[in-house]
Design a protein around this ligand. Structure first.
Ligand SMILES: Cc1cc2nc3c(=O)[nH]c(=O)nc-3n(C[C@H](O)[C@H](O)[C@H](O)COP(=O)(O)O)c2cc1C
Length: 195
């Protein structure tokens, strides 16, 4: 089975990074549905290290503002929702639930800090991509951002959980007025090798 052309357009070919959103709110119910879809994206050892903070109030956005780069400030304050895509460096504590068929799994990471750090960041980043794709599949639009001070976000929002920030995603219904011209992508021969 494969999705049709309209689905490929929605997810990839016509999907754009949005800088401006309409006033249409994104309900908490929609954010729950979004998580219920993105959680099925694959991660190594089913580790699922990403954690998501959905900032959907003025108060929460104001706490984020001092960490944002100047170019990301106004559009983030105006977006219906901003997601902090974070990860839990101690993700392995949940492996007894997530990888129950192998009781040794936790020890792979408790015995190797470098592997734990790489696994948390690699898979947490993937899950941020699953969030973007799940949002598109639901008819929402996104604008990802790495232009912010991670340490400030960690102190303000994540220290209490022991989590770390990766990147941010603005979420809502895109206003096409704010979309830049599409930049080129690499051609197959520049990016791919056939062996
Ligand atoms: C992880 C990540 C971080 C990004 N950081 C920023 C950012 O800080 N500010 C910004 O305006 N755009 C940011 N972008 C948007 C990219 O520039 C944009 O996705 C890319 O140019 C492709 O645009 P398109 O999706 O419309 O084709 C980021 C995108 C990603 C995936």
């Amino acid at each position: 089975m494969a999705i049709d052309d309209a689905g490929l357009d929605l997810l990839f070919r016509e999907a754009r990074t949005h800088n401006k959103f309409t006033d249409e709110p994104v309900s908490d119910q929609t954010l729950h549905e979004l998580y219920e879809i993105l959680k099925f994206g694959p991660t190594s050892a089913n580790s699922s290290p990403a954690r998501f903070l959905f900032l959907r109030t003025k108060e929460a956005k104001e706490r984020l503002a001092p960490a944002l780069s100047s170019g990301n400030l106004a559009k983030t304050m105006a977006a219906p929702v901003t997601v902090i895509v974070a990860y839990d460096p101690k993700f392995h504590e949940k492996l007894p639930k997530l990888f129950p068929h192998n009781p040794d799994a936790q020890s792979w990471f408790t015995s190797n800090d470098a592997l734990a750090a790489t696994t948390a960041f690699r898979n947490g980043t993937l899950q941020g991509a699953w969030l973007i794709m799940a949002a598109r599949a639901m008819g929402l639009d996104t604008g990802a951002m790495s232009g912010f001070d991670n340490d400030k976000v960690d102190k303000e929002f994540l220290a209490e959980h022991g989590w770390r920030s990766n990147f941010l995603v603005n979420l809502g219904r895109g206003d096409w007025e704010g979309v830049f011209a599409r930049s080129p992508r690499l051609d197959f021969d520049e990016a791919c090798v056939m062996l």
